[in-house]
Write a protein that binds this ligand. Structure first.
Ligand code: KG4
Ligand code: ZN
Length: 332
């Protein structure tokens, strides 16, 4: 099947075409970073309006890049949730309208699932695997046993890791989006210069907590030592406290589950230090670590088109009742 995928769960309007035989044919992402930068975070109402402006040109470009007219498209997949409800509704309603106008089937897909299966765009991973999904809205671990089977192992009790990066960058005044800014500042800086707290919770816990770390950073920045500190070393030390826990807990979960395969997914998986630590520690512990390309870690529609293609090829279809949802369906 050849599927057009549409993603609009947060601040990226994206469309892609994935073909079950030929693979990924196009992958277009229109970022709203400039719109939200002035506010230091995503403003939901502005995000919805930007999606409205971008969705038609982005879909047109994805079709053109793929060399696909509507006749060559067998189905349409769109992110149904979780995410910002106004943003989701733009992409999802557009997909439903196209489905009606083109008389092609439509399939709603879950944003968390599309991140977790995005790895298949580049690698044939063997099931089962453990997935760390780490983004602006989520920090969770899953045991993935098949295309329809993902079991929640644990997740953050408070802030998501990406949210912690973004809020820290705002506190340090180093730019937006925060994760990217901190990653860049940390290059060549000393990650052991300051020791920020790590919340390991109990030794066998797959849960995370980053709100204490955020408070520790705020307290440090307000102290005389913090005022005199080199911002690059603060960024690198803060980043280290997050990625140390992410890599450590993800590998511990893989060991506990008895699965020697770990897949990283979500925007924070684009972090250079996390990628390095996960690869090095995985090699030392006998766990194969899969790292999708950075552009497939952050929000994109290639992962939506891929998952849509797999699901629709297996007969899955959504009806007219298909609607957007804000909250995650994967909970403890
Ligand atoms: O997956 P994503 O694009 O959107 C959500 O579903 O949330 O993830 C966005 C998050 C943001 O918090 C952003 O700061 C973070 O991913 N991020 C990074 C990096 N690139 C993006 N965090 C750390 N290092 C990066 N290089
Ligand atoms: Zn995402």
């Amino acid at each position: 099947m050849r599927v057009l995928g549409i993603e609009s769960s947060c601040d990226e309007t994206a469309a892609a075409v994935y073909d079950g035989s030929a693979g990924l044919l196009s992958n277009v992402v229109s970022s709203q970073v400039k719109v939200h930068a002035a506010y230091g975070g995503v403003v939901p109402e502005l995000a919805s309006r930007e999606h409205l402006k971008s969705v038609v040109p982005v879909v047109e470009k994805a079709l053109a890049d793929a060399g696909s007219g509507r006749d060559a498209i067998d189905g349409i997949a769109a992110t149904a949730g979780p995410g910002l409800i106004g943003s989701l509704l733009v992409g999802l309603c557009f997909a439903k309208s196209l489905s009606f106008a083109w008389e092609k089937p439509v399939c709603g897909v879950d944003h968390l699932e599309s991140h977790v299966y995005a790895v298949f765009l580049e690698s044939e991973v063997v099931f089962p695997y453990v997935a760390l999904l780490v983004s602006g809205g989520h920090t969770s671990l899953f045991r993935v046993t098949g295309w329809e089977a993902m079991r929640f192992l644990g997740g953050t009790l408070d802030d998501a890791a990406g949210e912690a990066f973004d809020k820290a960058a705002k506190m340090m005044g180093v730019g937006y989006p925060g994760g990217v800014a901190i990653d860049r500042l940390s290059q060549g800086a000393d990650p052991a210069r300051y020791r920020f707290p790590r919340a390991w919770l109990s030794h066998d816990s797959a849960d995370f907590s980053f709100s204490g770390l955020k408070t520790a950073l705020r307290t440090f920045l307000a102290s005389p030592e913090g005022a005199a500190a080199k911002v690059e070393d603060v960024a690198a030390s803060f980043q280290e406290a997050i990625v140390d826990v992410l890599a450590g807990k993800a590998l511990a979960a893989a060991k506990r589950e008895g699965i020697p395969r770990l897949v990283l997914s979500g925007g924070v998986s684009a972090n250079s230090r996390l990628r390095l630590l996960a690869r090095e520690r995985g090699a030392a512990e006998g766990v194969d670590v899969y790292l999708p390309s950075r552009s497939l870690c952050t929000d994109n529609a290639a992962m939506v088109a891929l998952l849509g293609e797999r699901r629709m090829s297996a007969g899955s279809r959504s009806g007219p009742e298909l609607n957007a949802y804000a909250a995650s369906r994967f909970t403890r």
